[in-house]
Design a protein around this ligand. Structure first.
Ligand code: GDP
Ligand code: MG
Length: 441
């Protein structure tokens, strides 16, 4: 996807201001990109129109290519549309006991999210929370919430067989008042599809509880269907925000843009796994990057420009594209990384490398390792740096000794070098390689 985008951007004019023609060509691709990311057609159209108005006639900054500039405009517009509240994680929970209603389709992650948010309210806000399951269809669902409650140390409303959802909601409210709770959360039943029975029930519960927050939980992998779900729930029940779950998977995030554009309601939280801590406040930039499928190229470009001299970058680029990446390049990269906030900081910004950054971090990688690795390269001869294949056992011993380190550490460095060389080769391939886009200055 980003390859196609960069291909188009590469053909854009290299001078002066962005012409209408340039922008149009680029935006055709952007529209396709949006659709591929599961953004709904009308929303994609509207979005592209807004970008076009913004982009045409804008002067091309000297330091970036026109392509990068369009990417940045698109990115910024995505962030603009996705940004709802300044503080999406701040739930309205004054006037105790504050009711929070959780709605959504079956399997979207309501029960899990209810417990995650309860834990957050308890730990971050110091609130006393009561959770109640209104899922009368499936007794197992009530059990599920009770188990999660016990696990996170949050009270759940005792289960009484045979009650309707409305009766449970009333009892929860009463219990919350009597028990001096700050917040009570109502985890409603879902259906596989939207139907009148479900909507009637949720409406009735809403009327009893008059919730301060009504959060729609939507599976981030749902794609385009999310728009219908969101507008139905918002129209019939009225929602105050959306929680997008399963964003730890390969959900493309387009649903977020569509839901935001169609309902005007903010995305508040993002679910990132099954564990009780796997939830965070919504960050528009992250979803924008995901929709464009290119990581945070924009800030990578900005940061790289601050620290890498253009000439040096250009030289490195040409070598990487040819698949050349030797120890001197590695050393230069390591030094750049130190300057740019460490390995983690850099990798987190590169497309598809977020995971790797995490592995690096989990492996206990920190800046002192960067410095040790630089020392290892420094203790190599010129020949060895240019051709790491020369490094047999005796040379390895000498190099490690020279740096005052173990051979095992050198082996790790060599392995990393091989992996990076492979990656550089892949990324540098083709005229519009991602790396080229990212590093061009
Ligand atoms: P409900 O029917 O809407 O109440 O959905 P549940 O809360 O029972 O969740 C259905 C399944 O999705 C469970 O297995 C959850 O562990 C899983 N789940 C919920 N949220 C997330 C998430 O953010 N990421 C992942 N990977 N799984 C999730
Ligand atoms: Mg449930």
């Amino acid at each position: 996807l980003s390859e196609r985008l960069s291909g188009v951007f590469d053909r854009l004019t290299k001078q002066g201001a962005l012409s209408e023609e340039d922008v149009k060509t680029a935006l055709r691709e952007v529209r396709v990109a949006l659709l591929e990311a599961d953004v709904s057609l009308p929303v994609a159209r509207e979005f592209v129109k807004a970008v076009q108005e913004r982009a045409t006639g804008q002067a091309v900054t000297k330091s970036v290519t026109p392509g990068q500039q369009v990417v940045k405009i698109v990115h910024d517009e995505l962030v603009h549309v996705l940004t709802g509240d300044d503080d999406p994680g701040a739930l309205k929970i004054d006037n105790a006991p504050a009711p929070i209603l959780m709605v959504g389709l079956q399997g979207s992650g309501k029960t899990t999210t209810t417990a995650k948010l309860a834990k957050r309210l308890k730990e971050k806000n110091g609130k006393r929370v009561l959770m109640a399951s209104l899922d009368t269809n499936r007794p197992a669902a009530m059990e599920q919430l009770a188990i999660l409650g016990a696990q996170i140390g949050v009270d759940t409303l005792p289960i009484v067989k045979g009650e309707t959802a409305v009766q449970i909601a009333k009892r929860a409210k009463q219990q919350a008042m009597l028990g001096g709770y700050d917040v009570y959360m109502l985890d409603t039943a879902g259906r596989l599809h939207i139907d009148d029975v479900l909507m009637d029930e949720v409406q009735a519960v809403r009327d009893v509880a008059t919730p301060r927050e009504t959060l729609l939980v939507v599976d981030g992998l749902t794609g385009q269907d999310a728009v219908n779900v969101a507008s139905e729930f918002d129209g019939k029940v009225g929602i105050s925000g959306v929680v997008l779950t399963r964003m730890d998977g390969d959900g493309r995030g387009g649903a977020a843009l569509s839901m935001r554009a169609v309902t005007g309601k903010p995305i508040r939280f993002v679910g990132l796994g099954e564990k009780m801590d796997a939830i965070e406040e919504f960050h528009p930039e992250r979803i924008a990057g995901r929709i464009l499928g290119m990581g945070d190229i924009v800030s990578l470009v900005e940061k790289a420009q601050e620290t890498i001299e253009a000439e040096q970058a250009e030289r490195m680029m040409r070598r990487f594209q040819k698949g050349q990446f030797n120890m001197n390049d590695l050393k230069m990269q390591l030094e750049q990384m130190l300057k740019m906030g460490g390995m983690e900081g850099v990798m987190g910004m590169m497309p598809g490398m977020g995971k790797m950054a995490k592995q690096v971090q989990d492996a206990g990688f920190d800046d002192s390792i960067l410095k040790r690795q630089i020392a290892l390269v420094q203790s190599m001869t010129k020949k060895e740096r240019a051709n790491p294949a020369l490094l047999q056992a005796s040379r390895k011993k000498r190099i490690a000794k020279g740096a005052g380190l173990e051979v095992s550490e050198l082996n790790k460095l060599l392995k990393m070098h091989r992996q990076m060389a492979d990656m550089m080769k892949k990324m540098g391939k083709g005229k519009g390689g991602m790396l080229k886009q990212a590093m061009k200055g």
